[in-house]
Design a binder for this molecule. Structure first.
Ligand SMILES: O=C(O)CCC(=O)C(=O)O
Ligand SMILES: [Fe+2]
Length: 228
C-alpha cells in the first residue's frame, strides 16, 4: 500500500533543487516512456544529460540515503537515478503502468526490477490546480497531493495517473526502487515488525530483552526473504 514520507528534503535542499530545475533544460517526457505509456504521457522531463540534472540528482540521492522510514518500508537494494518531471498548461499522464524492469542509464547492460515507484513533490499543492496523482488500490482510487518535500512510495504493480494541470505548474522527482525483499507481503511484515520494535524500544530501557529478541527475529526473517 502507498506510504507517505514527510520532509524528505530540508527547505534548503528544496530551494536548491528548484533553482537547478529552473535553470535546466526540459524535454518531451515521451522520450523515456514505455510502449503503453507513450500514448498517454504528456509532460516534460529534465534532460538527464544536463549538469543541473546531475546536481539535483545528487541532492535527492543524499536525502533518500539518510531517510530511515524509506529504508524501513522499501528495504532498497537499488534506487534508479531520480528523474524530474513538469506539468503545466493542461499536461497530464493518463492511466498507465510503469515498466517492471528498468534499464539503468549510463551503465551498459545493467537493469533493475522496479518493485516500488516514488514521487517526491517539489511544488506545493497550492501552486497548481489538477495534477493529482491517482493510484488504483484494492480499496479504490487513492488521490495523492503532497506538500513540497514530501514523497509517496507505492507498489509499481499499481495502475496510476496524473490528472491534467489546469493552473500553475507541478514539478516532481520520480524514480523506482528495487527492494532487497521482492515479495510485497514479506516486505509489509518486516515493515510492521520494524515499526513495532521501534515503538517498544521507545517505551523500554536500553537493552530490553524483548527488543533484543524481536530484533533478532527481524534480521532472521530479512535473511530468509532477501534476494541479493
Ligand atoms: O508525476 C508523477 O507523480 C508520476 C509520474 C509517473 O507516473 C511516471 O513517470 O511514470
Ligand atoms: Fe508512472
Amino acid at each position: 500500500m502507498p506510504v507517505h514520507i514527510q520532509n524528505v528534503l530540508t527547505p534548503d535542499e528544496l530551494m536548491e533543487c528548484r533553482a537547478l530545475l529552473d535553470a535546466g533544460q526540459w524535454v518531451d517526457g515521451r522520450d523515456t516512456a514505455g510502449a503503453q505509456a507513450i500514448h498517454v504521457k504528456k509532460n516534460q522531463q529534465l534532460n538527464t544529460k544536463c549538469e543541473e540534472s546531475t546536481a539535483a540528482r545528487q541532492i535527492i540521492a543524499g536525502a533518500l540515503s539518510r531517510n530511515l522510514l524509506l529504508r524501513s518500508v522499501a528495504l532498497p537494494r537499488m534506487i534508479f537515478p531520480p528523474m524530474f518531471n513538469r506539468y503545466e498548461g493542461g499536461m497530464t499522464y493518463g492511466a498507465h503502468v510503469d515498466n517492471s524492469v528498468q534499464v539503468i542509464p549510463d551503465v551498459p547492460g545493467q537493469m533493475m526490477r522496479a518493485d516500488l515507484s516514488a514521487t517526491l513533490f517539489l511544488t506545493d499543492p497550492d501552486d497548481y490546480e489538477g495534477g493529482d496523482l491517482t493510484l488504483e488500490t484494492n480499496a479504490g482510487t487513492e488521490v495523492i497531493r503532497l506538500p513540497a518535500g514530501d514523497m509517496i512510495v507505492y507498489p509499481t504493480t499499481m495502475i496510476h495517473a496524473v490528472t491534467p494541470v489546469t493552473r500553475g505548474c507541478r514539478i516532481a522527482s520520480f524514480f523506482w526502487i528495487q527492494s532487497l525483499v521482492p515479495d510485497p507481503s514479506c516486505r509489509t511484515l518486516l515493515f510492521d515488525l520494524d515499526r513495532a520494535i521501534i515503538d517498544l524500544s521507545s517505551r523500554t530501557e536500553a537493552g530490553d530483552p524483548a527488543v533484543l529478541s524481536l530484533t533478532g527475529t527481524y534480521h532472521n526473517l530479512l535473511r530468509k526473504w532477501c534476494l541479493i
